[in-house]
Design a binder for this molecule. Sequence first.
Ligand code: ATP
Ligand code: MG
Length: 276
Amino acid sequence: MEVKLADVSVVYTRAGEPPRKALNKISFSLKTGEAVALLGPIGSGKSTLLQVIAGLRPPTSGQISVRGQDGPIVLSIQEPHRGFFAATVREEVAFGPENLDLDPAETAARVEWALTAVELPRDKWTVSPLQLSGGEQRRVALASVLAMKPRFLLLDEPTIGLDGPGEEALRRILARIRTETAISYLIASHDPDFLYALTNRVLVLVDGELRADTTWGDWAQQAARVAPDLKLPFLLGLLHRLAAAGAPVNTAPATPAAAWNELSRLCRERVKEGIG
Ligand SMILES: Nc1ncnc2c1ncn2[C@@H]1O[C@H](COP(=O)(O)OP(=O)(O)OP(=O)(O)O)[C@@H](O)[C@H]1O
Ligand SMILES: [Mg+2]
């Protein structure tokens, strides 16, 4: 499956205000199996882009095409719990698959899988979603979209409002789901460390324009020039500072694991040289 955007622009018009271009001629494609980070300063057009890809907002100009559709594209937003309506968590999560006209056994299996995947304790499955904590409600919302078996899951600021352990758990859940299913992610977030751990491609929006479509390693080389206000993932920033101080390090590791390896290699070499 491939989602292709060609020269997509979105212009917002509000009465009494000049039109505002939120997206300006965006072109790229997303393929099954990719995990993509969407970076950009506040107001750069990330949420607008996700809405366009999800089919929730028509572009003002340009085309969006989907080839080989074999599963839905689903957007999960920041405060999904506002939309809860079912009497129990199970029924809430079953709603999506039921609307896809699946047979009841398949729906039940998907609900079971999705609620297990998001690590919601089984005793919470039969209560009202409104009786759960904020973090639990977000897991129910994630389970609801997972139960539809999306090919592309678009996530808008999934870590907002989560504490450290909550964020770590979400990272673990999303990483595991990706190894268990053929799902692809496009995740907009202001948290570069969360994104570095989960994605292997980076899209960068600045003022509604696509300024980079690249890997993490390459983004680390360009970031200071293209978007100096955006934070790098901690490990990439650290390697850059070490390189600037003269340390012989690779500043472009593709994953956090590769970045840790680079740091430990440097430490071992320093110890060998008798400096450590
Ligand atoms: N419904 C709307 N009507 C008018 N203007 C809008 C609307 N939604 C967004 N905008 C404007 O479009 C631009 C892009 O907004 P968008 O929400 O896509 O940015 P964002 O990158 O998601 O920002 P953030 O990081 O704050 O979530 C902003 O300037 C915003 O003010
Ligand atoms: Mg946004």
